[in-house]
Design a protein around this ligand. Structure first.
Ligand code: FBP
Length: 284
């Protein structure tokens, strides 16, 4: 029911596609880097209202912002409680658990969100933390959204978004039992090429962005799990819309767009989110 609530909210209700606003960048990158480009975004109420006004499917955030808006926005938009977070002051590839399943229930959330870093020195602890929280969340009817971001000693920046590694990370998230899997859009790199090894027979046309998305969808149980792609650092609207068109063409289920939404002035953000939704509303 909670997964359906996410899928049945906003302008994409009933299409199987979704656009989600994630705002945990204050943890991940710090307040100034996240919110100074659009100071209204220092206020968590701004994010609730932006997600509602844009007709999005859900708003995802850590405990503090969800608590700050829970009373005012109760019932207005599904929320995803982000249960763990990293911060830029850390030198390790790990995240702290900062909320509980009972917090999610108390705040009326539809889902919990959890990040894993496949490839990190702490990956197995993170996956075990997820196992416990996901079991608890599912036992009380909450959906589970997994951010799967490859990073760690064997991966450089190319490797973190290389197609083979992104597919591997997405598959690991599916294997943990995630209902919704969130990854970065994969690049046309193959990690083993980047490492100067051969991977001549990788089974997908890596130069075609839509084929890369389709490969990630296959890795998520051949489309039996929902997969959404993050927006990344602020970029031009056309570049973001090109990515969204490839996600749509490749059979991805949608976008989870943070900085590209809340770092723009509100009118501009609403226009961009509306254009993104229009892409997902087209048939195919
Ligand atoms: P963006 O659309 O701003 O990229 O948000 C997606 C997201 O996963 C956030 O939830 C998270 O804070 C951020 O990206 C992490 O990005 P990175 O790990 O690359 O710094």
């Amino acid at each position: 029911t909670n997964l359906a609530r996410i899928l049945m909210t906003g302008r994409l209700a009933g299409t199987g596609r979704m656009v989600i606003l994630p705002v945990d960048q204050g943890f991940e990158h710090g307040p100034a880097r996240s919110f100074a480009p659009n100071p209204d975004a220092y206020d968590p109420h701004y994010h609730f209202q932006l997600a509602i006004d844009a007709g999005l499917n859900a708003y995802a955030a850590p405990l503090g912002p969800i608590e700050a808006g829970a009373a005012t926005f109760a019932g207005c938009i599904p929320t995803i409680l982000k249960m763990n977070s990293s911060n830029s002051l850390s030198t390790t590839k790990d995240q702290a658990v900062t909320a509980s399943v009972s917090d999610a229930l108390r705040l009326g959330c539809s889902a919990i969100g959890f990040t894993i870093y496949p490839g990190s020195e702490y990956q197995f602890e993170m996956i075990e933390e997820l196992r416990q929280l996901a079991e608890e969340a599912k036992s009380v009817g909450l959906a589970v959204v997994v951010w799967s971001y490859p990073r760690g000693p064997m991966l450089d920046k190319v490797g973190e978004t290389a197609l083979d590694i992104a597919a591997y990370a997405a598959h690991i998230a599916a294997l943990t039992g995630a209902h919704i899997i969130k990854v970065k859009p994969p690049t046309d790199a193959i990690f083993l090429d980047a490492a100067k090894k051969t991977y001549a027979s990788y089974p997908v046309e890596v130069k075609d962005p839509a084929a890369r998305i389709a490969h990630i969808v296959k890795a998520c149980f051949n489309g039996r799990r929902l997969v959404v792609f993050s927006g990344g650092e602020a970029k031009g609207a056309d570049a973001l819309l090109d990515e969204v068109k490839a996600i749509h063409a490749g059979g991805g289920n949608g976008s989870i767009v943070g900085r590209n939404a809340f770092q723009r002035p509100k009118a501009e953000a609403l226009k961009l989110l509306s254009d993104i939704i229009d892409v997902y509303k087209t048939a195919g």
